[in-house]
Design a protein around this ligand. Structure first.
Ligand code: AMP
Length: 444
């Protein structure tokens, strides 16, 4: 199959060729014809599957073929994203796909001054990418009208709900024309998302290009058990031993990010951090420098977990496990993208055993453990498996081992999660806490 056989117009085919896209990815093969046919869409796609082009390319074609010229202070298509970084990234992709078309595109988000955004919207834009809070502000200040809106895209819809945007989404829903096309994309699909889809979508076509809630199987994943207080030391040890060149590291809290960055910088390691307390410009600069390899280690809270596309990122390290198990999938989805292979290493302490268990249950795999010599934990991490069982063994005094404790296990086995049968949970999964260190909720 080629992009031409999907019925795309020549200027789009040329743009895709320039970008080196030769064959449509599975989500593109399904989404492009459906969007062109005017269908509503409910698409569950893994991160890094090419979903942005899956919705943006046919959307551009529809805007070329149908509808009036955009009016002042209006948008003909709206793409809603959960975070500023994702909005910037989606906008950059849309602009690339639109390079040969006379259509205008723009991104608006919070954390930066609203005035330039209001000015820019005066002439209207064909495609507006927005985070929910700023979109509502612009609408309320009459800088944006939505009566011309033909298409709404909800990107990373589950993340928007996790970030507590359900009220904003309900408000935006009321601002939209009833007759429109709606495309909902989400890496994971919870029942809450299905309810939202029921309200917002009209007879949607469901697309599911990967098994539900399964992490990319191009990512080699393993866990290193360690005591909490020794995590920074272990990180530095693994970094040196593995000669890590470019690593995205996830920490749970803003303080955790700052502390690790300080420690690494103190050792002369080229590290930077991003989290919701940092101004947008600083966050973007750190990300850009990381992408261009000027920064070797980027430490982030989950604000960076979604959608960020960093070319050929070889390694993601979970310095802390995420509180919400689904975030594990999004975090490790930063690597192994578009068919490349990647690695994801999680440093896990005894306190995190329930999170580990929830992740294994969700991804239907038991993560391989690798005990690092001289870092064997005093507080043992109980055994877990994909059934959600945490096996509590009586504590035995720890004997130092020469190498590879915890039984003989292969390091970083390739996980083909598809062949592990889903199991019924027998413990409560980790509570879903919709609290993150991100900025989009903050009102200026
Ligand atoms: P996305 O899932 O939209 O963030 O895309 C992940 C990465 O795959 C991005 O770097 C895209 O540029 C790239 N990509 C998307 N579609 C294709 C394709 N058909 N062929 C090659 N690369 C692609």
């Amino acid at each position: 199959m080629t992009f031409a056989t999907l019925g795309l117009i020549e200027p789009l085919l040329r743009a895709l060729e320039t970008l080196g896209y030769q064959t449509p990815t599975p989500v593109q093969a399904q989404a492009i014809p459906a969007v062109l046919a005017g269908r509503d869409l409910m698409a569950a796609a893994q991160t890094g599957t090419g979903k942005t082009a899956g919705f943006a390319v046919p959307l551009l074609q529809l805007l070329m073929m149908e509808g009036p010229k955009v009016a002042a202070n209006s948008a003909r298509a709206l793409i809603l994203c959960p975070t500023r970084e994702l909005a910037e990234q989606v906008h950059a992709s849309v602009a690339e796909y639109a390079q040969n078309l006379p259509l205008t595109t723009y991104a608006v988000y919070g954390g930066v001054s609203i005035n330039p955004q209001m000015m820019k919207l005066r002439k209207g834009v064909d495609i507006l990418v927005a985070t929910p809070g700023r979109l509502i502000d612009l609408f309320r200040q009459n800088a944006l009208k939505l009566n011309q809106l033909q298409t709404l895209v909800l990107d990373e819809a589950d993340r928007m709900l996790d970030l507590g945007f359900s009220e904003e989404l309900a408000n935006i829903y009321r601002m939209l024309p009833k007759k429109r096309q709606t495309l909902l994309f989400s890496a994971t699909f919870s029942d809450e998302i299905r309810t939202l889809a029921g309200q917002m979508l009209n007879d949607p076509l469901s697309i599911e290009v990967s098994p539900r809630n399964v992490a990319a199987n191009t990512v080699k994943q393993w866990v290193v058990p360690v005591d909490k207080k020794r995590k920074p030391e272990l990180f530095v040890h693994l970094m040196r031993k593995g000669r890590w060149k470019q690593v995205l590291v996830f920490a749970k809290t803003r303080n955790g990010v700052d502390a690790l960055v300080d420690k690494l910088q103190g050792l002369g390691i080229n590290a930077d951090g991003i989290h919701g307390d940092k101004p947008q410009a600083t966050r973007q600069r750190a990300l850009d420098r990381f992408k261009s390899s000027e920064v070797q280690i980027l430490v982030a809270t989950d604000v960076a977990a979604r959608g960020l596309d960093i070319e050929d990122l070889p390694l993601v390290v979970n310095f802390d496990l995420p509180i919400v198990a689904e975030d594990y999938i999004h975090r490790i989805g930063r690597t192994g993208r578009a068919g490349n292979t990647g690695e994801a290493i999680s440093l896990v302490c005894a306190d995190e055993v329930n999170m580990l268990s929830a992740i294994e249950m969700l991804t239907r795999q038991t993560l391989t453990r690798h005990m690092e010599q001289d870092f064997e934990p005093e507080h043992r991490v109980p055994d877990t498996d994909a059934s959600g069982q945490v096996v509590k063994k009586p504590k035995k005094p720890k004997k130092p081992k020469a190498s590879g404790g915890g039984g003989k296990r292969n390091l970083g086995k390739w996980v083909d999660s598809g062949d592990v049968a889903p199991a019924e949970p027998s413990i409560k999964p980790v509570r879903k806490v919709p609290v993150f260190n991100t900025g989009p909720r903050k009102k200026k």
